[in-house]
Design a protein around this ligand. Structure first.
Ligand SMILES: [Zn+2]
Length: 362
């Protein structure tokens, strides 16, 4: 069995990084395009143009249409012909659009997330949507991003809900990698989890159980303190490397099932993953279930179906469970416990009951 570990060659994080990232950008190319929507452009344009000038880089801004879909990727790719690298600035969609453009043209990609809401910025995977926002394809690209730039001051200025969702995504990383390891499962790269991937995944859990609550207080106060820097690195770097090189399991499968129910569309990726983690802990009878539940409660992450926009309607729950079982990409073989559709439905309902009981205790 071939062991495979993959990562971006360079990750940089710090306050006011954008205004001083020219030397890092220069390592990937001298002519760059930046894909950003109007709001993000308002945040990143001035510091990026200033540092580009200081380092003799050509930088052009392209307005992102807002959806990472085929037509938009084609349009942006045509505008990026001849450049050395493409920068995706903003949330997951703009970053993924840049990844797909870079992959299409065979040029380097720079991820510049302005939120710490998922671990996608370091990942070699991109999500291609349809024009209506539903997922068309999850594509494994030919290379990881060449550079990841995270300005922690910019991330701290975003609404805290995004940071919290990123914590939900990163909380699941260790539990999923551990499951994949025990099940003898495979990572996205097709090999077994590596020790490196597992170690990084475990550090997500260690960091979040110690620092998540304080990081949230710092984000709410707009202070870029040590706890917040730790959690930003955890949400983006550790979780990204941990999931790619450690493997995914039931928490993300539940997330994928929930995306099939339109009433959950208001919930962010990491919010769905957080509830998926609770279900996974219940299904595995994990000893950490109470600790996970209390952390989710303290952070304000969803612990019940209702909080995800899903009433306990039989029809919707059956659809979630069916979807988890019908799609090979949900990687149920990465779970060490044998699951049946009835067993999974039972775990979903038990997780919801645990969450409701905890909420009513208050
Ligand atoms: Zn995720």
């Amino acid at each position: 069995m071939i062991r495979h570990f993959e990562s971006p060659p360079l990750y940089v994080q710090g306050p006011n990084l954008l205004a001083r990232c020219g030397a890092y950008l220069g390592r990937v190319g001298a002519r760059l395009t930046v894909i950003a929507d109007a709001v993000v452009e308002g945040i990143v344009r001035e510091p990026l143009e200033r540092t580009a000038e200081e380092h003799d880089l050509d930088i052009i801004f392209l307005q992102f249409g807002g959806e990472c879909e085929r037509g938009e990727v084609e349009r942006l790719a045509a505008l990026c012909l001849g450049v050395d690298a493409v920068v995706g600035a903003g949330g997951g969609r703009a970053v993924d659009a840049a990844k797909l453009v870079g992959n299409r043209l065979g040029i380097s990609v720079v991820s510049c997330p302005t939120l710490a809401s998922t671990d996608a910025p370091v990942s070699r995977v991109a999500v291609l949507n349809r024009a209506d926002g539903s997922v068309e394809e999850i594509r494994l690209l030919s290379r990881s991003p060449a550079l990841v730039l995270v300005d922690s001051q910019v991330v701290a200025a975003a609404p805290p809900r995004y940071l919290v969702a990123g914590m939900g995504d990163a909380l699941a990383t260790w539990f999923e990698a551990r499951a994949c390891w025990h099940a003898g499962g495979r990572t996205l790269f097709g090999g077994p989890p590596t020790w490196a991937g597992l170690s990084l995944a475990r550090q997500c859990w260690e960091n979040l159980r110690r620092h998540a609550r304080e990081a949230l207080s710092q984000a709410q106060a707009g202070v870029v303190g040590e706890a917040l820097e730790t959690v930003i690195e955890t949400n983006i770097l550790l979780s990204g490397l941990g999931f790619e090189n450690g493997g995914l399991a039931l928490a993300h499968a539940i997330h994928n099932g929930l995306t099939q129910i339109p009433s959950t569309h208001e919930a962010l990726h990491g919010e769905k993953v957080a509830f998926g983690l609770l279900v996974q802990c219940v299904a595995e009878e994990a000893e950490e279930v109470e600790e996970v539940l209390s952390l989710l409660l303290d952070l304000g992450l969803p612990v019940t179906l209702r909080e995800l926009g899903l009433e306990r309607s039989e029809e919707a729950l059956v659809r979630v469970v069916e979807y988890v079982f019908e799609r090979e990409t949900n990687k149920l073989e990465n779970e060490p416990v044998q699951l049946s559709p009835e067993g999974l439905m039972d775990a979903l309902l038990r997780a919801d009951a645990l969450g409701r009981a905890a909420r009513s205790r208050g």
